[in-house]
Ligand binder design. Structure first.
Ligand code: AMP
Ligand code: ZN
Length: 461
């Protein structure tokens, strides 16, 4: 069955196919800005993209090239480096390392290439010079370079933004140096008071400085995937202006179609508003692990809603995820141990139907629903084809039960005791809190209280 996915540009569900004669599907996913920990909202996007990557691997084995960048220079990274008084590279390395560890814990496949913006300054400068030569970009009075949106008639096609809205949206930004309020920066002239020691020689005719955020993706895509890619993805907030600007830059520079398919997944919310670093209303994976939840449960909870719909995050959803995973794992262990011989290899296995739901516009809740609806069937009839397809569905969703569950994984009842105790302590009901601590100890766990949360540790035997 063909792999079909909503395309944000045409607003249709379309089949995903490689377009190059070598048959390699070129996939670019905008990566994190490494100035703070990625929160689980960010990971909703990365986990959804990981399912996409896994489906592509199944559909086009050995013929997928996945690139995801690291934004390691922009206003936020420079701002953080100034605030902390540490060099930019030190800050971005610290958060990149944590991002990698969290991705591994969430069982996300590593991209084939993970380029950094600072490692591709030359490529960005080259593109800007071409855009200046072609008349799509101009030098402003301070030596910065801006893209002239009027030079690209298709500007706004992805976001369907109208000129009037554009003026309102962009009016707060550095209007001082631009010809038109909608124009955006390709290169930002060095400002010692803001940029510290972060600067590079600029494009011909421009001042020294640093690239704008949008050009980095265009340049890294061109270098690692070529001028036309098959799939470009990110969270919905990237649709405008980031992806609109990428299209303008790349199309004008290269003179070819930039991305043949665009996919944007929706946000994770907390209490009805978007989880974001700037609002401070976020959980990191580390926060949840410290509360006793497993990274796999977080992955499960992030996939439990349809990727193109907003999803409200609750700790209850993690409870449900832990117990769903426990059930899946027990069926996995059971059927792997007793695959029955079967001569009648038939199509329409449970696992196959689950993967088919994923092929239908990445319907992750549908895929999980099918697995659970028919788990009894897999358990009762573990024929080779059923078991193979069950494993395939688990692979696509990224649940790896081939690794035995960690002996220190916190059981659900312990997690719930700990949560009750923490709530009692917060409401100053110390008698209940003490009683619950004893119950936890009897179950073999100790709870270490911190200022904003707690950690569970198995008691030494
Ligand atoms: P950033 O590190 O801010 O550049 O964001 C990395 C990725 O996370 C981008 O694809 C964003 O669209 C995505 N993102 C940001 N906030 C959320 C959220 N609350 N839910 C889902 N994805 C998000
Ligand atoms: Zn990007």
């Amino acid at each position: 069955m063909a792999l079909k996915l909503f395309d944000s540009l045409t607003r249709e569900i379309r089949e995903l196919k490689p377009s190059h004669p070598d048959g390699v599907l070129r996939f670019y996913n905008c990566g994190p800005t490494v100035y703070a920990p990625a929160h689980i909202g960010n990971f909703r996007t990365f986990v959804i993209n990981d399912v996409l990557r896994r489906l592509l691997e199944l559909e086009f084995p050995g013929k997928v090239k996945h690139v995801r960048n690291l934004t390691d220079v922009d206003d936020r990274t420079i701002g953080q480096s100034k605030k902390e008084g540490h060099p930019l590279g030190e800050i971005t390395k610290k958060w990149t390392d944590l991002f990698h560890a969290d991705c591994d814990a969430l069982n996300c496949l590593r991209p084939h290439v993970e380029p950094t913006a600072t490692g591709h300054i030359r490529e960005q400068v080259d593109m800007i010079e071409v855009l200046m030569q072609k008349g799509n970009a101009y030098r402003a009075a301070d030596g910065s370079v801006y893209f002239k949106i009027n030079s690209f008639p298709d500007y706004g096609a992805l976001s369907r933004i109208k000129e009037r809205e554009l003026k309102v949206t962009n009016s707060a930004f550095d209007a001082d140096h631009k010809d038109d309020v909608g124009d955006f920066a390709l290169w930002k002239a060095y400002k010692p008071e803001e940029d510290g020691d972060v600067h590079w020689p600029g494009p011909q005719g421009a001042a020294a400085g640093r690239p704008g955020w949008h050009i980095e993706c265009s340049a890294m895509i061109k270098k690692h995937l070529g001028e036309t890619i098959d799939l470009h993805t990110g969270g919905v907030d990237l649709l405008f202006p980031h992806h609109e600007n990428e299209i303008a830059q790349s199309t004008c520079c290269n003179g070819t179609t930039f991305a043949r398919h665009w996919y944007h997944s929706e946000h994770l919310l907390v209490d009805g508003t978007t989880m974001s670093k700037s609002k401070g209303n976020y959980y990191t994976l580390g926060d949840l692990v410290a509360k006793g939840y497993s990274p796999m449960a977080v992955r499960y909870a992030l996939l439990a809603g349809h990727p193109r719909k907003q999803l409200n995050f609750t700790l209850d959803s993690l409870h449900a995820a832990e117990s769903a995973l426990k059930t899946l794992r027990s069926v996995y262990d059971e059927v792997c141990a007793k695959v029955t011989a079967d001569s009648s290899e038939k199509t329409g296995s449970v696992g196959q139907m689950s993967v088919m739901a994923l092929h239908d516009d990445l319907n992750t809740p549908g895929a999980l629903g099918i697995l659970f609806r028919d788990l009894k069937h897999i358990r009762d009839f573990p024929t080779p084809s059923e078991v193979r397809d069950f494993k395939r569905a688990l692979f696509a969703l990224g649940f790896d039960f081939s690794i035995p569950s960690s002996p220190s994984a916190v059981p659900t009842d312990v997690t719930s005791l700990a949560q009750k105790r923490w709530a009692s302590k917060q409401s100053k009901d110390f008698a209940t809190a003490d009683a619950l601590r004893k119950e936890l100890a009897a179950a073999g766990w100790s709870m270490l209280d911190g200022k904003d949360g707690y950690k569970l540790e198995p008691l030494k035997k």
